[in-house]
Design a binder for this molecule. Structure first.
Ligand code: ATP
Length: 446
């Protein structure tokens, strides 16, 4: 059960280090290649982090594709024909202004410097003039490392959707309006990555391109702004830590006439989770021109042919997982002790239910193991018999596990177990045969 904000202790008081430490300690996120000293701002998801991020992507896919009749999915390749990036404008304009400090030799994004002071060096700096730095990672296709074999790691998943528009439309027989969704890795050679998984050079995006008639685009733009904000709140994110920020005209990307960001109140201030952009017919126009293929759509009802307009909700899976973690984190006092708890929505929680025998007594362990194995058929389960029951409850609280089931000596007599709720800590006795249905009911009722 998601407790309303008023019942939680947490304000914005928890800083990023608290979450980074929890992630390391409990196996959510580790520095990449740590035994070699790590690789700047790259991270690996551990056993609990991978479940959390999978759940974020799964909930996005459920709500954007599987629960709708007007959106279908694809999974396009990361490597694409290099002409794609000419057509999309990424080769010419996907750049950040880069400056070097001649004194400390560090590099900065010119547009992120508050004034002309080097953040590292303060007044003693000496900057080079700003030059454009393209954020796309370059590599070579095949054994020849020459200009003809240059390809790029995609900097967004969107272009894989646009180039497949005609394939998907004809094979799915979808009529406008309809969308194509994709989840996958993207790569940007960011000049200043940082703030944990907020800005990295390799990350996962969840993007959907919604194609519609030009005169309907404003209505769909309004629809998707509402729908996307509501998604975060349905999964338990606190409304007061979310805001919608419209881009100023000078901030808009070259393809967009309107963009709004869904922002979260991170410990350092507001930061983007997702952008919803009105892309007009920019992408299909460009790809028609560069590929020579007609990407227009024929509307049989109105007997007219046109290039569809596009509304794009584009979110980041890593930032979103991190925001859910920050939002769920709480420290409470329970009977004089500190309890660290993640109030994650059960659909997002890495483990749905932990099965805990009261002790390692040989009479209890087989029943508890049998119960855990049967529950694995329906959800992600932890089995834990090490240490005191109180410590095991605390460990599961810190992982955000919404329910714990305890097998005790009475179980051997009455075939019943105790189910404990993470948020209220209330315990209830239920028949062992009902545990699966009860866990499912509790996961899906919120
Ligand atoms: P920013 O302004 O923070 O660089 P953006 O506006 O360039 O982001 P988009 O191109 O709109 O981002 O990408 C959509 C989403 O992908 C972003 O809202 C974000 O969640 C995610 N994303 C973009 N760049 C990164 C990155 N370097 N690391 C992690 N996630 C990212």
């Amino acid at each position: 059960m998601i407790r309303p904000m008023a019942e939680r202790n947490g304000t914005s008081a928890f800083d990023l280090d608290t979450i980074v430490n929890l992630c390391k300690r409990r196996g959510f996120v580790f520095p990449s290649s740590e035994i070699y000293g790590g690789l700047g701002s790259t991270w690996d998801y551990g056993p609990y982090g991978v479940e959390l991020k999978r759940n974020v992507k799964e909930q996005w896919w459920r709500s954007m594709v599987q629960l709708r009749d007007d959106v279908v999915g694809i999974d396009a390749a990361i490597l694409m024909h290099p002409r794609v990036w000419e057509a999309s404008g990424h080769l010419a304009t996907f750049t950040d202004p880069l400056v070097d400090c001649k004194v400390c030799k560090r590099r900065f994004r010119a547009d992120q410097l508050d004034d002309r002071d080097c953040p590292n060096n303060r007044k003693g700096c000496d900057f080079t003039p700003a030059r454009d730095f393209n954020l796309m990672f370059k590599t070579f296709l095949g054994p020849l490392e020459d200009d003809s074999s240059v390809v790029y790691l995609r900097p967004e998943t969107a272009q894989g959707i646009f180039v497949n528009f005609a394939n998907v439309q004809t094979t799915s027989r979808k009529k406008l309006p309809f969308g194509i969704a994709q989840v996958g890795k993207s790569f940007r050679n960011e000049i200043t990555p940082g703030r944990f998984v907020f800005r990295t050079r390799e990350f996962e995006q969840m993007e959907m391109e919604f194609f519609c008639a030009p005169e309907e685009a404003d209505r769909w733009y309004a629809y998707w702004r509402e729908e996307r904000r509501a998604w975060y709140e349905r999964l338990g994110m606190r409304g007061e830590r979310l805001r919608m920020r419209d881009h100023d005209p000078e901030e808009l990307s070259h393809y967009s006439s309107k963009t709004v960001d869904v922002e979260y109140d991170f410990p350092w201030g507001w930061g983007e989770l997702e952008g919803i952009a009105h892309r007009g017919d920019f992408d299909l126009t460009q790809h028609s021109e560069f590929s020579g293929k007609d990407l227009s759509y024929f509307d049989p009802a109105q007997e007219r042919r046109f290039l569809p307009h596009v509304i794009e909700p584009a979110a980041g899976a890593d930032r979103t997982a991190m925001a859910f973690l920050l939002d769920a984190y709480d420290e409470e006092e329970v009977r004089g002790d500190k309890r660290v708890v993640l109030h994650l929505h059960p659909l997002l929680a890495p483990v749905k239910c932990a099965v805990l025998p009261l002790s390692r007594n040989p009479d209890l362990v087989p029943s508890a193991r049998k119960l855990a194995d049967s529950l694995r058929q329906i959800a992600m389960i932890d089995y834990d018999d090490a240490g005191s029951i109180g410590k095991r409850y605390r460990r599961q609280d810190e992982l955000g596990t919404p329910f714990c089931v305890t097998v005790d000596f009475d179980t051997l007599e009455d075939d019943a177990v105790t189910i404990r709720d993470r948020d209220s800590m209330a315990q209830e006795r239920i028949p062992i045969a009902d545990v699966g249905a009860e866990v499912l009911r509790r996961i899906t009722q919120v």
